[in-house]
Design a protein around this ligand. Structure first.
Ligand SMILES: Nc1ncnc2c1ncn2[C@@H]1O[C@H](COP(=O)(O)OP(=O)(O)O)[C@@H](O)[C@H]1O
Ligand SMILES: [Mg+2]
Length: 241
């Protein structure tokens, strides 16, 4: 098994605020890794650093062996990303957006693959609709499709389930669990603990930028614990720290 993500002593400061405070973690190939934490704990900041969208104040990282500070474009070429709060371009239709992604990523048979995604996420009727006229949930389906259409070895997905109804959430969860079976890796951030407990193999807990815990989900459930109480007890302790 090889290491897909390694982050060492990552710090990100905004003025006096330490959004990420000396975080060290590794993610192995084949993991469905959940980064958990309350709102504002630094999850999105961490994902932005690992995907070369922002530069850390200190520390270093390697993502698929690439340094995201030195070579952010190369990192992004090799991964899939669902950013937290972005929507596809308003002036393109759903199909045009996936064709655009296909051209940028040089994806063979992109139209066929796009059609598979339209069917799989049940929005084929929207493929010629301009993104500005799509519902939030449909835009999220499109963001999901663009992150996985090239079947990356690693996808970093930030709160990917947030705009989906329970049926779609189930479909996506099943897809993610299946996705990592062939040695591909997912790094997922969420504040929904049930999601992590249900599908993640490993998890880390961030609180106020600090890493409070990192380890396999099975280790926790083996001892009869559940992730929600574990999370709450750690985070509550953190509040008083
Ligand atoms: N560009 C920015 N400028 C200033 N503060 C920021 C910026 N981005 C994030 N923060 C702050 O950093 C902290 C962590 O934010 P974020 O990583 O978005 O948390 P999470 O994704 O866990 O909700 C928050 O306090 C947030 O307000
Ligand atoms: Mg976030």
């Amino acid at each position: 098994m090889s290491t897909v993500i390694s982050a060492t002593d990552i710090v990100k400061e905004y003025g006096n605020l330490r959004a990420v405070d000396c975080v060290t973690l590794t993610v192995e190939e084949g993991a469905l890794f959940g980064l958990l934490g309350p709102n504002g704990s630094g999850k999105t900041t961490m994902i932005k650093i690992l995907t070369g969208q922002i530069t850390p104040t200190a520390g270093s990282a390697a993502v698929l062996g690439i340094d995201p500070v030195a070579d952010p474009v190369l990192v992004r070429r090799n991964i899939g990303i669902i950013p937290e709060q972005e929507t596809p371009p308003s002036f393109l239709s759903a199909m045009e957006y996936l064709a655009f992604v296909g051209a940028v990523r040089n994806i063979p048979d992109c139209e066929e693959k796009a059609d598979w995604w339209f069917d799989f996420l049940d929005f084929a009727d929207k493929k010629d609709v301009l993104c500005k006229d799509l519902s939030r949930g449909t835009r999220q389906k499109l963001m999901f499709a663009q992150a996985f259409i090239h079947e990356p070895a690693l996808a970093l997905i930030d709160e990917p389930l947030i705009n989906f109804d329970p049926i779609m959430q189930d479909l996506i969860k099943e897809y993610l669990v299946d996705y990592v079976k062939n040695g591909r890796t997912i790094f997922l951030s969420t504040h929904i603990l049930e999601v992590a407990e249900e599908i993640c193999s490993e998890f880390a807990i961030l609180h106020k930028g600090k890493l409070l815990h990192c380890g396999p989900v099975a280790e926790l459930t083996k001892t009869g614990g559940d992730l929600s109480s574990f999370f709450l007890s750690l985070v509550r302790k953190g509040y008083h720290a």
